[in-house]
Design a protein around this ligand. Structure first.
Ligand code: IPE
Ligand code: IPE
Ligand code: MG
Length: 250
């Protein structure tokens, strides 16, 4: 008798050929400050509640079979915020990694960082590096966190690295194509972006995944991020499943 390795059942496809469950979902987690303000609380309380929402959404994404969840946690423009708030956010990141790392690892989740977290306080940057290294072999799901990330900066870095290879004669400029640029971005190893969600009723990308969003489905919801949860995420997945993706075809 021939034993065949168990294969993962292929995902059902929509008539247009896309998968019903998005492989890669990214979220601009916005509205923490307004959530706190509405309750007369300090902004830090909104960020804390926002971290809870992230935990719930990660669980829901894993259960739904999403391969990669990308969360925008700190933009390269967020340095414009008061120092006290930046410190609160760093403290929260420290706490989140400290308390969640074991659970992430046990659940087979690989942590990936987009952006330049080296600019963070040395102990936070080290903690992040260790978390990435520890979970590097996990394959069930990827959690990508954008830290000190800006899409234009990411594209500049990719351009520089390709230019350096061209200048040293390792790369023919004519060989540079979309796939090569795509692979040179921080998201190079991640599945193509299918769905981009922004909470809090703001309708902009705020320098997030500009290249990657070229054919992603966009979903803007009014819910403030700390109120977003697994149910809200599942609703977003249902909305996505009902969309028709054309990719320029008819
Ligand atoms: C998103 O919430 C969290 C970060 C940008 C770190 P905000 O802090 O931007 O909340 P609002 O937009 O002021 O309500
Ligand atoms: C985008 O939210 C960044 C993150 C969610 C981390 P912001 O609140 O910083 O964006 P703007 O300033 O409203 O565009
Ligand atoms: Mg905001």
């Amino acid at each position: 008798m021939i034993l065949r390795a168990a294969r993962k059942a292929p995902q059902p496809e929509t008539p247009a050929g896309g998968t019903v469950v998005p492989r890669h979902v990214a979220v601009i987690m916005d509205g923490n400050g307004r959530w706190a303000q509405a309750r007369g609380l300090p902004r830090a309380a909104g960020h804390r509640q926002g971290a809870e929402a992230a935990r719930k959404v990660l669980r829901a994404a894993g259960e739904a079979g999403v391969e990669c969840l990308t969360l925008y946690a700190f933009s390269s423009e967020n340095w414009r915020r008061p120092e006290g708030e930046i410190n609160d956010l760093m403290g929260l990141l420290r706490f989140y990694i400290g308390s969640e790392l074991n659970a992430l690892h046990k659940e087979g989740i690989r942590l990936k960082i987009l952006g330049d977290h080296k600019a963070f306080k040395a102990d936070v940057a080290k903690m992040v590096d260790e978390a990435v290294a520890r979970t590097a072999g996990n394959e069930r799901m990827t959690l990508a966190i954008a830290l000190n990330y800006g899409s234009r900066g990411e594209i500049v870095s990719a351009a520089r690295s390709l230019a350096a290879r061209a200048a040293s004669g390792q790369l023919d400029p004519e060989a540079i194509d979309e796939a090569m640029i795509d692979a040179s971005l921080d998201t190079g190893a991640l599945p193509p972006l299918d769905l981009l969600i922004r909470t809090s009723g703001e309708y902009r990308l705020s320098n997030f995944l500009l290249w990657q969003a070229a054919y992603a489905e966009l979903l803007f919801v009014d819910t403030l991020w700390p109120d977003f949860d697994g149910e809200a995420f599942n609703m977003a997945l249902r909305t996505y499943a009902g969309r028709e993706r054309r990719f320029g075809g008819r």
